[in-house]
Design a protein around this ligand. Structure first.
Ligand code: PMP
Length: 363
C-alpha cells in the first residue's frame, strides 16, 4: 500500500509513472532489456531524450531562443556553474559582479559559491526577520554592472516563495528547484533557470537548466568542461554519459503532467492544497506557521506545534496513519509538509484530519 509522502526531496513521484516504469523495467517496448541498459546514443534513447525536452518545452512554453539542458551535479552543481558560465567576457567586458537576494539556506549556498569567483552584492535579504518572507522589489538597489541577478523563487527549508518575478536590468537567474512546473512562468523574463529534479521533475541524479542562447558565450576561461552550458548545449546534454534512467523517468513525469492539464492545472491544485493546510493552521490555536502571509510557499509548508515536546509523538502517530516524512529540516525543527505536484489533494485532506484529531487530543 502506498502511503502519503510529504518528503521535501527526493519527493513523491506520480504513482502512474512508477507503475509504467515498473512495467517497462525488464522489457522496455519489446526490446528485451531496460532503458538503463542501452547506449545513450542509441536512436531509441535519443528519442526518449528529445521527447522529454519537447514535453518540457511545451509545459513551460519555453521560447526557441532558449536551450534546455539535462545535467548532472544537481542544483548544487549549478551554484558553481552559474558564476563560471556568466562571469566571463561575453560582450567584451568581463563582469565579475553579481547581485543576489538572500532568502535563506539555499540562497546562502548559492551566494557562498559565487563569492569564490567574483564579487557578490546581496541586494536584499530577509535575515532581519529570520528569513520568514520574500523581500519586496522596492527594497533593493541593483548594482550598475552586474553580470547577472540571482534569486531563489522558493526556499525549500524556510517555506518562503516569491509571488512575483523580479524586474532587473541584467540576466535574471533563478534556482527553481522546489517550485518549477508548479505554475506557468514567463520564461522570457529569465536569462537562466535551473532546478534539481528530485521534487517536481523526477528522481535525483539529474538537473534541468534553461539557458537563453546569448548567455552561452560568457564563460570564464578555464571553466571545467562538466560545468559548461555551451559544451552541454553543443552536445545535446550528452558530452558524457547522462543519467539515462533519471532522464527517462523525468520524461514520464512530463507526459503525466501534460495528461493532468499541464502547469495551469498544477497551479490550481497547488493553490487548493496549500490553502487547505494554511487555513487549517491559521484557524487552529495549536499549530502555527512561522512564514509571513504573502510569502508562504505553496510547495513547502513548515509549521510548529504549540509544545515541541509533542513533536515526537506527532510524527510517530502521523507515520502510523500513513503520513510520511513530516519532520522539519534538521536546521529548523518542527514540521514541514511538502506538497509537490505528485502529492494528491487527498493526502492534504488526510493530513489536516490527522492534525485536527491530534489537536483535539492534546490541545
Ligand atoms: N536549491 C534548492 C531550492 C533546493 O531545495 C535544493 C535541494 N533541496 C538544492 C538547491 C540543492 O539541490 P541538489 O541536492 O540537487 O544539489
Amino acid at each position: 500500500m502506498r502511503k502519503f509522502n510529504f518528503c521535501a526531496g527526493p519527493a513523491a513521484l506520480p504513482e502512474a509513472v512508477l507503475l509504467q516504469a515498473q512495467q517497462e523495467l525488464l522489457d522496455w517496448g519489446g526490446r528485451g532489456c531496460s532503458v538503463m541498459e542501452v547506449s545513450h546514443r542509441s536512436p531509441e534513447f535519443v528519442e526518449v531524450a528529445e521527447r522529454a525536452e519537447q514535453d518540457l518545452r511545451d509545459l513551460l512554453s519555453i521560447p526557441h531562443s532558449y536551450r534546455v539542458l539535462f545535467l548532472q551535479g544537481g542544483a548544487t552543481g549549478q551554484f558553481s556553474a552559474v558564476p563560471w558560465n556568466l562571469f566571463g567576457a561575453g560582450d567584451g567586458r568581463e563582469k565579475r559582479v553579481a547581485d543576489y537576494i538572500h532568502t535563506g539556506q539555499w540562497a546562502d549556498k548559492a551566494i557562498r559559491e559565487a563569492r569564490r569567483y567574483g564579487q557578490v552584492n546581496v541586494v536584499a535579504s530577509s535575515e532581519d526577520r529570520n528569513f520568514t518572507y520574500a523581500p519586496a522589489a522596492d527594497s533593493w538597489q541593483q548594482s550598475k554592472d552586474a553580470a547577472y541577478f540571482h534569486y531563489t523563487p522558493n526556499e525549500t527549508i524556510g517555506g518562503v516563495e516569491f509571488d512575483y518575478v523580479p524586474e532587473v536590468s541584467c540576466p535574471l537567474v533563478a534556482d527553481m528547484s522546489s517550485n518549477i512546473l508548479s505554475q506557468p512562468i514567463p520564461v522570457e523574463k529569465f536569462g537562466m533557470i535551473y532546478a534539481g529534479a528530485q521534487k517536481n521533475i523526477g528522481p535525483s541524479g539529474i538537473a534541468v537548466a534553461i539557458v537563453r542562447d546569448d548567455l552561452l558565450d560568457r564563460a570564464m576561461d578555464g571553466i571545467p568542461r562538466s560545468l559548461s552550458w555551451k559544451v552541454a548545449a553543443d552536445a545535446g546534454s550528452m558530452d558524457n554519459t547522462p543519467p539515462t534512467f533519471a532522464w527517462y523517468l523525468s520524461g514520464l513525469v512530463f507526459q503525466w503532467l501534460k495528461e493532468q492539464g499541464g502547469v495551469e492545472a498544477m497551479a490550481k491544485l497547488a493553490g487548493r492544497k496549500s490553502a487547505l493546510l494554511y487555513d487549517f493552521i491559521d484557524r487552529s490555536g495549536f499549530y502555527s506557521s512561522p512564514v509571513e502571509k504573502g510569502s508562504r510557499s505553496r510547495m513547502n509548508v513548515p509549521f510548529v506545534l504549540a509544545d515541541e515536546r509533542l513533536d515526537k509523538e506527532f510524527l510517530q502517530q502521523a507515520e502510523e496513519m500513513g503520513l510520511l516524512n513530516l519532520k522539519g529540516h534538521r536546521s529548523v525543527g518542527g514540521m514541514r509538509a511538502s506538497l509537490y505536484n505528485a502529492v494528491p489533494l487527498q493526502a492534504v485532506e488526510a493530513l489536516v484530519a490527522f492534525m485536527a484529531d491530534f489537536e483535539q487530543r492534546h490541545g
